[in-house]
Design a protein around this ligand. Structure first.
Ligand SMILES: Cc1cc2nc3c(=O)[nH]c(=O)nc-3n(C[C@H](O)[C@H](O)[C@H](O)COP(=O)(O)OP(=O)(O)OC[C@H]3O[C@@H](n4cnc5c(N)ncnc54)[C@H](O)[C@@H]3O)c2cc1C
Length: 327
């Protein structure tokens, strides 16, 4: 089973939340996006750590079981997992590939009722999370873990820039929305979102000056259109300091990263580009590939190690995160 990703070497995890939560509501937001509201005592105190694009790791029930693995924080503040008999979960499952774990965004948290909303894409390809969410109903359970991330994962809304240019597909729409809601008033934001069609457009709320362009892929398959990449290329580039945030499928993320660094000359710290999923690969396969590429390049050169991570669509990790890992 999985090992801890080398991207997390030299970084100490502080677990904020770990436990099993119950579904209390399930609601179709659009034809292809379903909101699940989770409730549980485990969520108590999450408001202290709440931030835009908050990553939550969700643990799903293994096939043939109703109950998910149960993550919990032990007395030494270390994450442990209780599993049903015969089911195994990696102790590093919160960091890397694990067949029963997927990454999602905390869309909204209500401390008074201990409720966390998570918006799931109902994608066509069969998948652990999307299959579960199609039929999820009140009373169903999921494991939830939330912890601090390395500094490179700061949300878009927390960077100083004159203009923010954001790119997202449906998987990153919840993260984009949490950023938009958190921007300071008067901030200039240009956002591009790729969705199937008009029925997938959601209302956008923000105190900032936001101009959103919805890009419709129509009958084309997700992860194939290049619409976000073309939007980046065609954009009349804003004056002043620009921060780019792009979260989407790995192909578009990689091409946007190449465009902004090679053709726009953007430097580290002025963008965050992260692959959220990869067409034709499960999250387990995508994370395994990332670990493999990073380990291989770490053997040759510390710089290549970091660059290989970035070239496959990972974020602009703070280089200091890699110091311990690369010597
Ligand atoms: C930091 C972060 C935050 C994320 N937040 C969210 C979120 O809030 N909501 C959300 O829906 N997703 C989110 N994602 C993406 C989600 O983790 C992946 O889409 C994941 O693969 C879904 O798991 P699954 O079990 O449904 O599919 P998997 O078992 O991982 O994959 C099965 C098949 O489905 C395909 N597939 C996976 N995702 C998509 C997709 N979005 N569109 C089309 N095909 C797909 C794969 O290519 C594969 O062929 C986030 C990812 C990251 C890294």
């Amino acid at each position: 089973m999985s090992e801890k990703s080398p991207a997390f070497e030299g970084y100490e995890a502080h677990y904020h939340v770990a436990g099993v939560c119950q579904v209390v509501r399930a609601e179709l937001l659009t034809p292809r996006m379903r909101r699940i509201t989770l409730h549980g005592q485990a969520l108590a105190g999450l408001e202290r750590h709440w931030r835009p694009e908050m990553l939550v790791r969700l643990y799903f029930p293994p096939q043939g079981h109703d109950d998910p693995p149960e993550p919990f924080i032990n007395d030494d503040h270390v994450l442990e997992i209780r599993t049903p008999p015969g089911v195994e979960v990696s102790p590093f499952s919160a960091f890397s590939e694990d067949p029963l774990v997927r990454a999602f965004t905390g869309r909204r948290y209500r401390a008074e009722s201990l409720e966390l909303d998570v918006d799931f894409v109902l994608h066509e390809a069969p998948g652990l999370a999307s299959d579960w969410v199609r039929t999820a109903k009140p009373g169903d359970r999921l494991g939830v873990v939330e912890f601090n991330l390395p500094p490179g994962h700061r949300p878009a809304a927390a960077r100083g820039a004159d203009t923010y240019v954001l790119f997202a597909d449906e998987a990153a729409l919840p993260a984009l929305q949490t950023n938009l809601e958190a921007f300071a008033p008067e901030t200039n934001v240009r956002a591009f979102v790729e969705v199937t069609d008009e029925s997938e457009q959601q209302s956008i709320e923000s105190p900032a000056n936001v101009e959103v362009t919805w890009l419709h892929r129509g009958d084309a398959q997700p992860g194939t259109t290049g619409l976000l990449v073309s939007a980046a290329r065609d954009l009349e580039w804003p004056q002043g300091n620009v921060f780019v945030w792009a979260c989407c499928d790995i192909k578009a993320a990689t091409q946007i990263r190449q465009f902004i660094t090679k053709e726009r000359g953007m430097q580290k710290g002025t963008f965050k580009v992260q692959a959220y999923w990869r067409r034709g690969k499960t999250e387990v396969e995508r994370m395994a590939r990332m670990t493999e590429v990073a380990l291989a390049s770490a053997e040759n050169s510390p710089v290549a190690f970091q660059e290989s991570f970035e070239s496959i669509g990972m974020s602009d990790f703070d280089p200091t995160v890699f110091e311990d890992a690369t010597g």
